[in-house]
Design a protein around this ligand. Structure first.
Ligand code: NAD
Length: 466
């Protein structure tokens, strides 16, 4: 079980280190660091002829921007400390990435696999009711999203329950993001966090000097990668990285790992895992798990739970780059050890920001009531088609057929979402990179990102007169 106190302490220690660097007054630092409020609810649901009591949380970390934004996690390990650590990371993430949100997080102590779909729906609807009646779900105040143990189905139930409770609210669909397309979602949300991880790695590789410093090739096809967690984030990160030529040599799951030094076939493993809910029986299966975190590789991507790289194993890590696709996988103590050993960490509040970036697009889509690309798609096609015709006329040659379709095609919602996501991930990394290289006191990417994030939150508070 993850140590949630250690997780919260780690996030706060990383904050303190950065706040000191920018000489943030202590009183303001304390205001920013501590969660504004955490609501705990115990509610009962009658299931299987028995009344079951569930405990849930919704933490609002910072309301310098509203709505506040942050996923809802379903996990037996959920706790107040964990939810407060995750909410703080959301504040820093939204600030770093220039998203118009404060930070929040929610959780329910439950094993989602222990309940049937209709039971989980009943529990989710009741939890939604408890949160909505306190405005802890609200399109302009508090907007949840999926996290570990929840998915687009759960988000659809939340949206539907909120609409039922607020039938005259015109913006009700914007009360939650990560919904299925048919229930007001946006194309590209499900893949967004993993795709963002892929962009984050590409951004790092685009600076050859930084790669050289840690002995990493700047080419994606040279990378040997280990991933921990094959859920939403881990799977999509593996998919996009392997499609671009990287070799995923080990994937670690809860009950064992799959190893293939030539590169795992991601789609085939996904099909197997979806069906069996375990890697057991798949080619290359072994019961070894966390020991693989210290196996030699170029890039290590922890995409499961917090505190998995800690003072006990940080000295054994043999990757050159760690990309925190999950939240809080590296503790503050491990972070210091890794930095001394020259292992670079791309921090969670940048690396996994893809999810909230595309949630932002979904929220805006719900408020505007119009899908992305509706007004431009055909117009773009006409212009491009005219351009192709003009080129053919001027050169007296036919435009290559294999390219014609691609050039003429207008941008779909998915094209635009992916483009917006890539732009945001590029912008975020470029800001971190610039800060890291412009201040000698900043020794790692996490501190660089945190300094940017805290500065912006502090400025927002000072404009509010706090
Ligand atoms: P998920 O529930 O879809 O998948 C998590 C996977 O990790 C599961 O397959 C689970 O079996 C596995 N796992 C759990 N404990 C493990 C362990 N000790 N070792 C190996 N595997 C283990 O969750 P997710 O949405 O992919 O989230 C993963 C991480 O990414 C979490 O830290 C979450 O907060 C973070 N995150 C998720 C999103 C999102 O959009 N879903 C966005 C930002 C950050």
């Amino acid at each position: 079980m993850a140590n949630s106190k250690e997780f919260l302490n780690s996030v706060n220690q990383m904050f303190d280190k950065s706040a000191k660097l920018i000489s943030l007054p202590e009183d303001l630092a304390t205001k920013i660091k501590l969660a504004n409020s955490t609501y705990t609810v115990n509610f009962g649901v009658k299931l299987r002829n028995k009344l079951h009591t569930f405990k849930g949380f919704r933490c609002v970390h910072s309301e310098h921007n509203e709505p506040v934004k942050g996923g809802i996690r379903y996990s037996l390990d959920a706790s107040q400390n964990e939810v407060e650590a995750l909410a703080a990371l959301m504040s820093y993430k939204c600030s770093l990435m220039d998203l118009p949100f404060g930070g929040a997080k929610g959780a329910l102590i439950i094993d989602p696999n222990a309940w049937k779909r209709d039971e989980l729906e009943k529990i989710t609807r009741r939890f939604t009711y408890e949160l909505a009646k306190r405005d802890l779900i609200h399109p302009s105040q508090n907007v949840p999203a999926p996290d570990m143990g929840t998915d687009e189905n759960v988000m659809a139930w939340i949206a539907d329950e909120y609409r039922r409770l607020n039938p005259t609210e015109i913006d009700s669909l914007a009360c939650v993001t990560g919904k299925p397309i048919s229930k007001g979602g946006v194309h590209g949300r499900t893949e967004a966090t993993g795709r963002g991880v892929y962009y984050a790695i590409n951004e790092f590789l685009s600076y050859p000097k930084d790669c050289k410093r840690i002995g990493l090739s700047p080419h994606i096809e040279d990378q040997q990668i280990i991933i921990q967690g094959f859920g939403n984030v881990g799977y999509y990160a593996a998919k996009f990285l392997s499609e671009d030529g990287a070799k995923i040599i080990t994937i670690i799951e809860k009950d064992g790992s799959v190893v293939n030094e030539k590169g795992i076939n991601i789609e085939s493993l996904k099909k197997y895992f979806d069906k069996k809910r375990t890697f057991n029986g798949y080619d290359g299966f072994t019961t070894t798990r966390s020991r693989f975190l210290s196996k030699k590789c170029d890039i290590l991507i922890p995409a499961a739970i917090e505190n998995v790289i800690n003072k006990n194993n940080a000295n054994n890590i043999k990757s050159k780059l760690i990309v925190e696709a999950g939240n809080g996988p590296v503790t503050a103590e491990a972070d210091d050890i890794l930095q001394k050993r020259g292992i670079v960490v791309i921090p969670d509040f940048y690396a996994n920001a893809g999810g909230v970036i595309v949630s932002y697009f979904e929220w805006v889509k719900n408020l505007s009531k119009m899908r992305y690309g509706l007004m431009q798609e055909r117009e773009e096609e006409k212009r491009q088609s005219n351009l192709v015709s003009a080129l053919e006329l001027m050169t007296d040659k036919n435009f290559p057929n294999e390219l014609k379709g691609k050039v003429i095609k207008g941008s779909t919602e998915l094209d635009l979402v992916r483009s917006g996501l890539e732009e945001k991930m590029r912008e975020g990394y470029s800001n971190i990179h610039e800060k890291f290289h412009s201040n000698k006191k900043i020794k790692d990417l996490r501190t660089a990102g945190m300094v940017i994030a805290i500065r912006k939150i502090a400025d927002a508070y000072s404009y509010l007169g706090i």
